[in-house]
Write a protein that binds this ligand. Structure first.
Ligand code: CA
Length: 246
């Protein structure tokens, strides 16, 4: 995998299971990445600052510290994408890691294609957040036949205004800014209604049901807004232009 400047992507794998670590190193190297590995949290933090990887794959069950402490520590000084790779499959584990600042969460075992897709999404997200942000650039985000117009603060299907309320638009705008990534309930409540917002997800669920009814051709088979049960919501990624098109 190459990034736009054709420099290989540098990944840090933090994993204490030698078998999984070796598998990841082999797979990721075969996909054109530069791979650094370590089996403990303290070393991972050291390597973060000395090697500045583009992305971190982080196991949570580490011998010297919990992976969540690694996320907290890394997030205190850098936005480098962190993808958690864990056997912990509980919703609470997933929500906690994402709330602490992980970009994505993959439950073991996972396939190579899925892993590479998640890495691309995480990298694209940091890149777009920093520079080539199509939202900042054009004021639009296009997904599933919809155009989210950030200047008019409206969502259109063709010429038709989908008539979202101001709160519904705020939700859509937030999910579009993080498209491809899960946004947790906690993050949504905080971003939308401030740090003192209620912790009750019910209001979100009501809004989401209304938004889906307006935006999804078939709300039971969503193509734009996906639920991560017990964790949050994810918007589909923007339709990418065909290779070579600009
Ligand atoms: Ca482990």
């Amino acid at each position: 995998m190459k990034n736009p400047s054709e420099v290989p992507i540098k990944l840090l794998v933090v994993e204490d299971d030698p078998g999984i670590c070796k598998f990841l190193k082999t797979t990721l190297t075969a996909n054109g990445c530069d791979v650094l590995t370590t089996d403990c949290g303290a070393k991972a933090l050291e390597m973060m600052s000395s090697h500045c990887p583009d992305c971190v794959l982080l196991d949570l069950g580490l011998p010297d510290m919990d992976g969540n402490r690694v996320i907290e520590s890394v997030r205190s000084w850098t936005k480098t994408p962190i993808i958690v790779i864990s056997a912990r499959s509980m919703e609470e584990d997933k929500a906690l890691a994402l709330d602490l600042g992980a970009d994505d969460y993959l439950i073991k075992p996972f396939g190579t294609i899925e892993l590479m897709a998640r890495i691309r999404t995480a990298l694209r997200h940091t890149r777009t957040a920093l520079e080539n942000d199509s939202i900042a650039l054009n004021g639009f985000y296009r997904v599933g036949g919809l155009t989210i117009d950030f200047r008019k603060r409206r969502v259109f299907r063709g010429e038709e205004d989908m008539n979202l309320t101001p709160n519904e638009f705020k939700i859509i705008a937030l999910l579009a800014e993080h498209a491809g990534q899960v946004v947790t309930y906690k993050t949504m409540l905080r971003e939308l209604w401030g740090p003192y917002a209620s912790r009750d997800n019910k209001i979100l669920r009501v809004h989401m049901a209304n938004i889906r009814r307006k935006l999804e051709p078939d709300p039971n088979t969503p193509v734009v807004l996906f639920t991560e049960p017990g964790v949050g919501y994810r918007m589909a990624e923007e339709e990418q232009p065909a290779p070579g098109a600009r």
